[in-house]
Structure formats: C-alpha cells, structure tokens
Design a protein. Sequence first.
Length: 164
Amino acid sequence: MRGQAASFTLLAERRRPEILAYLVRMLGNRDDAEDACQEAFLRAHAAFGRLTPDANARAWLYRIATNTALNLARGRARRTARLVATDPDTLAGAPAEDRADLRAVGRAVTGLPPRQRAALMLRCFQGLDYAEIAASVGGSTDTARANVYQAVRKLRAALGRERP
C-alpha cells in the first residue's frame, strides 16, 4: 500500500497543474476550478487502487476532472440563472460591447453539449490527442474527433462567424 500511495502522490504532483489549468478553462472561474480540482483528486485517490498498470493515468485523471467539472457546472448554471434573473447588471463593470460579446461567447460555449465542450477544451487548451480525449470523455477516437469538430462548427454558427 505504501508504494501505491507514493505512486499516486507522484502522479498528483506531476499532473495537478495541467488538470487545474483545464478546469479553469472548463469552468471559467479559478475558485470553482480549485474546488473541482481538489474534488477530482480526492475521487482519483479513492479510485487509484482500481487503476490498472497499463492504463493511461493522464486520460483517467482528465475523465475524473471532466465529470467533476460538469457536475459543478450544472449546479453553478442553476445558481447563475437565478442570479441573472434577479440582477441583470452582473457584468456592469465591463464596457457594453464587451459585455455583449462575453455573453454571446458564454451562451455559445454553455450551449454546447457537455462532451463536445469537454472535448474542445481538452484538444484546444490542454493539447490532448484524440485517443486521450476518447479515454477522458468516453467513446472512440473517431467520436472524440467528431465532438471537437461539431463543437467548433456549433460555435461558429452560434457566433455568426467564419472563424470563432
């Protein structure tokens, strides 16, 4: 058991910065990302004994982080909807044009299906290949590639631009 604990500690120390960066991009808020990162590593620690020696530990961690982020985002979306409904000036500090652009991008990204959003973030911001994305979000490499493609296509359409 001591060797297993040491292995997990090394894995966590090596991968925590990139997992946190992914969660910041996924959630758009450093405090939420820190919470999600802590929760993801707690879940990973609890499940580490079931990880097979030949498994892709990096993709496994991303899968746990993705699921944790999606759970947190669902709860946050409900809270945000209530906040915006009661306080329409939540972005009051930004210039009007920037507020409109930020809202449009936020709606477009939030409107993506969870797997497409996660696949896009993992590919564009974390640099994972399609096999790692497939292991992180589930499915095949072809599905991962299709999720990224569809996410970009939907963002372009939602924003009314040729290039997002």
